[in-house]
Design a protein. Structure first.
Length: 176
């Protein structure tokens, strides 16, 4: 099976000479602390994202596994969510056509941009030689990213500003 992924890049720092005019500002430890705390926040966000995806598949007949990897490259903090479940991917992205016909009583378990899963009804009936209308894209990944993005940015900014305040105040106290 193919391995599908989604990469969410949410935060990039622009380092300038923070504390250049203050000889008591501990730039090295400040930068280390910021990177450490922001990387932790990215991991926390990846876990939330993964839990949201699990809500989408909770009533499915098969278990869908999602994996995440936290990434930092320079001053960019991001995570990658992956799954090898083709059904999830077809539903999330939709298809132009399909060859599977569903039973007449079929009711889907999932809906477009709805983070959750219902019981549904019916299921697969048979395969046809001529393509029928495709699957409407559910766009769960985009929906979760849209819902979480502002919260993540706010959390990242709060963390950064808190650490800046701590180090700035230390530098001011040492400079007196």
């Amino acid at each position: 099976m193919a391995n599908f992924s989604y990469r969410g890049s949410f935060f990039k720092l622009d380092w300038r000479n923070i504390g250049a005019d203050m000889p008591y500002f501990d730039t090295h430890n400040f930068e280390y602390n910021v990177r450490y705390k922001l990387a932790d926040e990215i991991q926390r966000e990846a876990e939330i994202f993964k839990r949201q995806l699990k809500h989408v598949t909770q009533t499915w007949e098969h278990d869908v596994e999602f994996y995440y990897e936290r990434r930092t490259a320079g001053d960019t903090f991001s995570f990658v969510i992956t799954t090898d479940d083709e059904i999830f991917w077809y539903l999330n992205n939709g298809t132009k056509e399909r060859y599977a016909v569903m039973t007449p009583d079929f009711q889907p378990k999932t809906h477009v941009r709805t983070i959750g899963s219902q019981v549904g009804q019916g299921g697969f009936a048979y395969i046809v030689d001529t393509a029928v209308d495709g699957i409407e894209a559910r766009e769960w990944i985009d929906e979760i990213a849209n819902r979480r993005e502002d919260n993540l940015h706010n959390n990242m900014n709060k963390i950064f500003n808190h650490i800046l305040d701590v180090y700035w105040n230390r530098a001011l106290r040492k400079g007196k």
